[in-house]
Design a protein around this ligand. Sequence first.
Ligand code: NAD
Length: 516
Amino acid sequence: MKVGIPKEKYPDEQRVAMTPDVAPKLLALGFSVAVETGAGTAASYSDNAYREAGADIMPSAKELWAQCDIMLKVRAPERDEVELLKSGQTLIGFFWPAQNPKMLKTLADRGVTVLAMDSIPRLSRAQKMDALSSMANVGGYRAVIEAAEHFGRFFTGQVTAAGRVEPAKVLVIGAGVAGLSAIGTAGGMGAIVRGFDTRPEVKEQIESLNAQFLALDVADEDGSGEDGYAKVMSEAYINAEMALFAEQAKEVDIIITTALVHGKPAPKLITADMIGSMKPGSVVVDLAAEQGGNCELTVPGELVIHGGVTIIGYTDLPSRMASQSSQLYATNLMHLLAELTPEKDGQIVLNMDDDVIRGATICTGGKITWPPPAPKLTQAPKKKISVSAPAVKIEKKKKISLFGPVIAVMAATLILLGLGTVAPPNFMAHLKIFVLASFVAYMVVWNVSPTLHTSLMSMNNAISSVIVVGALLQVSAASEVVKWVAVIAIFFTSINILGGFAVTHRMLKMFRKSST
Ligand code: NAD
């Protein structure tokens, strides 16, 4: 079958559905690939690059649509593209069937098979095809870059001869894929980052990115929905979170909002008053702009300034990083095509018993097959947190009682004094070294991030193999038995030492940034 990649027609869309890097993987699946001339230019992929990757270049969209069996697109087809689709053809791309019911009916009537990338179910197995997440990841990153461009200060704090610069404070509302990407990016640029979400299970994810999780205790309410997305929150909850944002707005420099509830308009969480209370020069980036926006003053697709605060409502953030977005999207499409081509013979098989293919197929054989039956969830909603009274509070550190440790130290001192009166002086000297070594080892391990524990343990393993020293001293012993025991000990301890250092080296390599 022939796969066709047209130039996107949507105004200012710069992405392309296939890149020269990924095209050879389609050829390996048995497909031939054709690309409309200039399709990748806006994403920095030239016709020549596609040609070198083994694709044919088609001089016009008309020829491409006429000759290909499978069309790969980014955006839903424009009206003139719908006219070009014919019976038996397969179209894969974003489609948003709930928003495009008329177009869906037209395509179904025409006998076209449509697989919507936005309808891929959220199953672990489908993550490699999850284009919504890929684009959200790019969007979150780009939101921080846009904020940085319009925020007239550093993100990171500095102490310079010219004075001290405070780090920027960034609040990210909604810690889904885009929100977490924004938190990671802003943190990486040195800002102090705070994150909020209605799903309490994201607390650990936010904290793992070294950001502060703003907790909101509203009696027995958890935002985790049953389909892996968030659910609509009660009015009381929304009011409580807005009170929290009103406090935060006075303090932070940048707010990035990503709060969405699947299939619903975006909740309005940032009011004009909150914007009025922000410091001049502050920036709000509203990633929910396309769904109406989280901020009252957002104008979808536009940048507006209110009282010195810049409000960015761009709806094309992934397209503003077209080369990267196209690469990720093309990879998602390639994985879906691989799923559709079990024999790798360039012939797609629409297996409607496959959860992922069933979920993505919105029409085929003249019938509308959307919405699909509910998929089996891999992300079970976590149990609810129940809190007695409705209250808004930012999480504080618990008070640590010193009573226990003081008693323990006193008891240990008494035991040592008692022991000192009866034990030989040699024993006490060894005990002292043992206790101090245990304390140092405990403090060293305690302060190491859990992610580094494996490397620390393997390093420890290597160093602690001092047994080899004893064995080396005994290897020239007169007794044959002692000699061979020493040889065996040297052999096994060497494995321990070399293995320990090798594992440490491999683990640490994972944390090192490649210099190439
Ligand atoms: P989304 O774009 O639908 O929503 C963005 C975030 O807004 C969500 O985290 C949501 O909880 C939050 N939100 C909604 N209402 C809010 C409110 N009133 N105030 C504050 N925050 C609010 O979410 P998403 O990025 O698509 O991801 C949702 C979850 O699904 C994430 O945990 C993600 O990791 C998970 N996910 C799983 C898979 C998979 O298993 N294949 C794929 C993608 C995402």
